[in-house]
Design a protein around this ligand. Structure first.
Ligand code: ADP
Ligand code: MG
Length: 701
């Protein structure tokens, strides 16, 4: 058993290590940069780089890499050895300050959504001292931002840091209005609960769909699914226990506070939750968690599936993005507090979040829109595609009272003047148990539950931070100009809740009634990813990003383009994989079985016409008819895919074709093939079935 406190963060070049290894002045200067987000003093770069290199070598590193988050949704790295020749065939181990703070990366191999056409192809990576460097797999990882030479952000980290800055700036304006002069920095915090599936690597390798797309494209339901509810929180299997242990330790060494682990609802589904951290760190950590989950599974003959919907008919995976605001004085701004003054501030902040989510529900939806997540959102296990907010009964009553201008009298709580009620100190556990809500207030944080399990959580948090910063800024403008702060505040809170009450919903988000009710309320129901991408660059959204300095118009448009193209590419790969599997593996296998049935029937009749062949004949007919239908569906899919490919160059029409033509054709083919599966001898069926994939982790079929 390892000593956990000792190994925790041992692979991170964190504050302790810096203090120990850097000269005092250098340490002070670097800390200032990290804490205040100021520019790095270039004169200390060499010294920091050298200390970092020496430390990394002690930890077993031979290489260093700038680690960045391009718009592919995954991370990128390019490793350089520390070696540097000194003549006579000898080398020394070296890393210069320049190599630490800046790297060149050929931007042309990463998606740039048109930015590349307009600007230079080369890009550069720039050290982000606010994220600690770490050693993993023999390399020193240096977290960086990735930009084009003309300054456009080509990554997800740059706009995220900008959104955190905007939120800090506008939050401080709000706090100052309430007389808080002490707080110097407000940081958005995130804890992302990560769901995933673990299945046998041996079985996975026998399925092209899992290999190429990370999800099953065919598969009739297993006799047993999740209906017994016996997996959720159930005991962990030995193999999974071993895996989770190794995963926890690897994450702890990287300074990631992996805290909770348990089995999830679906068979073979699990969850890991870390303790929350400042959003930029939480994003880095989540990316590392996903990497390590995939990498370490191989040690246990397992594969980790992060896809949002690996198996049809059982729960998919999401990522609950818990979000809050905390001050450098240690306060959580979403704690409602006990005094009337704290209540007012809390209600204003709550009102701001409610308005932000209502005003930018389209962007919230965009931020979680991926081809994979489309299979999950709106299914009966995940939030609908409609964005709404759950605040619980007690807060709802408070808001109702404010809107109606009435006194809120529950729980003996008094009311203060100006119509703003004091809040009862409600217990947290009464507030957070509506699992059907896409955006739920859970006591002192909001939980955004639409986020997909495979995606980078940067975009959802960029949107949240920016939308809330924008509303804070509008509120601050108005309150700063007010003659009578108290009455203006009361009016603002009341007006805001009145105008945005429609986004509040405490009922069952999975129900059909809610879909109808939401439509009556005028809430958006963006069913598919392409439908939502269309709104990314709506004028009001461009204004939001530009005004708050998060992204330029070109940066937003490029991202939209990349999302549309990424969607089309994903579906295209799935369609081609289906075609290949149906045409070359599944239909020939069924044909073999049909041939066996036919020859058996003929043989029996030859031996004696009185020998019954009803079974063979019935199956022959059913399978032959089924194969005809599957063949037709296959041809339709091929045509649909070919027609879609022809639209390349027009990203909107391309994504639309994949969404509305190719996917329906894929669904038809799947239905036909799944029907064949239920009638074909398992000896002939060429790929592992759902039953094996979900209930067997080790071993062969
Ligand atoms: P539950 O299991 O009910 O969803 P938990 O209290 O276990 O809630 O928290 C779930 C996640 O929320 C954890 O990752 C936790 O770190 C995170 N979290 C808790 N407080 C905050 C906060 N103030 N800001 C962001 N995330 C938070
Ligand atoms: Mg949760």
């Amino acid at each position: 058993m390892k000593n956990i406190p000792e190994i925790f963060g041992c692979m991170v070049f964190g504050d302790d290590v810096m203090r120990e290894r850097l000269p005092r002045e250098v340490y002070k200067s670097l800390s200032k940069t990290i804490e205040r987000g100021t520019a790095l003093d270039p004169s200390i770069a060499d010294c920091v780089a050298n200390a970092m290199k020496d430390w990394a070598i002690e930890k077993g590193a031979t290489h260093y890499t700038h680690w960045f988050q391009p718009l592919t949704g995954v991370t990128a790295e390019k490793h350089d050895a520390f070696i540097s020749p000194v003549g006579h065939g000898r080398i020394i181990m070296e890393m210069s300050g320049k190599e630490l703070i800046q790297g060149e990366a050929d931007a042309s191999s990463f998606p740039s959504g048109g930015l590349r056409a307009t600007f230079e192809a080369r890009g550069y990576t720039a050290w982000d001292p606010a994220s600690y460097a770490f050693v993993k797999d023999g390399s020193l990882y240096i977290p960086t931002a990735f930009c084009s030479w003309s300054g456009e952000a080509l990554d997800t980290k740059t706009p995220l840091l900008r959104s955190m800055d905007a939120l800090n700036r506008e939050s401080l304006r709000i706090l100052r209005l309430f007389g808080d002069t002490e707080t110097k920095r407000v940081t958005s915090t995130v804890g992302a609960e990560q769901e995933y599936f673990l299945i046998s690597r041996t079985l996975r390798n026998q399925r092209k769909d899992l290999l190429f797309t990370g999800r099953t494209l065919f598969g009739a339901p297993a006799p047993k699914g999740q209906e017994m509810d016996d997996h959720y929180y159930g005991p962990l299997k030995a193999q999974v226990v071993e895996y989770m242990k190794e995963l926890d330790e690897a994450l702890w060494m990287l300074g990631i506070d992996a805290k909770t682990k348990h089995n999830e609802a679906a068979p073979a589904q699990h969850e890991l939750a870390p303790i929350y951290a400042p959003t930029n760190n939480a994003v880095d950590h989540n990316l590392l968690i996903m990497d390590e989950m995939k990498r370490l599974a191989a040690h246990h003959d397992l594969v980790c599936l992060l896809h949002e919907k690996p198996f049809e008919g059982v729960n998919g995976s999401g990522k609950h993005n818990n979000w809050s605001l905390s001050t450098d004085t240690g306060k959580n701004l979403l704690d409602h507090g006990k005094t009337p003054a704290e209540n007012r501030k809390f209600l204003l902040i709550l009102a701001a979040v409610v308005k932000a989510v209502d005003d930018y529900q389209d962007l919230m939806r965009v931020s979680v829109a991926t081809a994979g997540n489309d299979h999950r959102l709106g299914g009966n296990e995940a939030p609908p595609a409609i964005v709404s907010i759950f605040v619980g009964d007690e807060l709802s009553d408070v808001i109702r009272a404010i809107v109606d201008g009435k006194t809120y009298a529950a729980h003996d709580a008094g009311t203060m003047n100006l119509g703003i009620p004091t809040l009862p100190s409600f217990r947290r556990d009464t507030t957070d148990r509506n699992r059907t809500s896409p955006f739920a207030f859970t006591g002192n944080k909001f939980e955004f539950r639409m986020v997909g399990s495979a995606q980078n959580i940067a975009l959802p948090n960029i949107i949240l931070n920016t939308a809330v910063a924008e509303v804070f800024s509008q509120f601050a403008d108005r309150l700063e100009a007010a003659d009578d702060f108290d009455s203006e505040l009361a009016a603002l809170i009341r007006e805001t809740f009145t105008a945005h009450e429609r986004i509040l919903f405490n009922g069952n988000g999975y129900s059909d009634e809610w879909r109808e009710e939401a439509a009556r309320r005028g809430l958006l129901n963006l069913r598919t990813a392409p439908e939502s991408y269309a709104l990314f660059d709506a004028p009001k959204n461009l204004d939001l990003f530009v005004k708050n300095n998060i992204m330029s118009e070109a940066e937003v448009r490029s991202r939209k383009e990349i999302l549309l193209e990424g969607y089309a590419k994903t579906v295209n790969i799935e369609a081609l994989t289906m075609i290949e599997m149906a045409e070359r593996d599944i239909l020939p296998a069924v044909e073999n079985y049909v041939a066996l049935l036919a020859s058996t029937a003929v043989n029996k009749k030859t031996i004696g016409p009185h020998i019954p062949t009803r079974l063979e004949e019935k199956q022959l007919i059913e399978l032959s008819e089924g194969m005809e239908r599957a063949y037709e569906a296959l041809e339709t899919l091929k045509v649909a895919d070919r027609e879609a490919v022809a639209l390349m160059g027009d990203a909107t029409r391309l994504a639309d074709a994949y969404c509305n033509r190719v996917i329906p054709a894929m669904e038809t083919l799947r239905r036909e093939v799944d029907a064949l599966e239920t009638k074909t001898s398992s000896e002939f069926w060429p790929i592992p079935t759902y039953a094996y994939l979900m209930f067997r982790q080790k071993g062969k079929i």
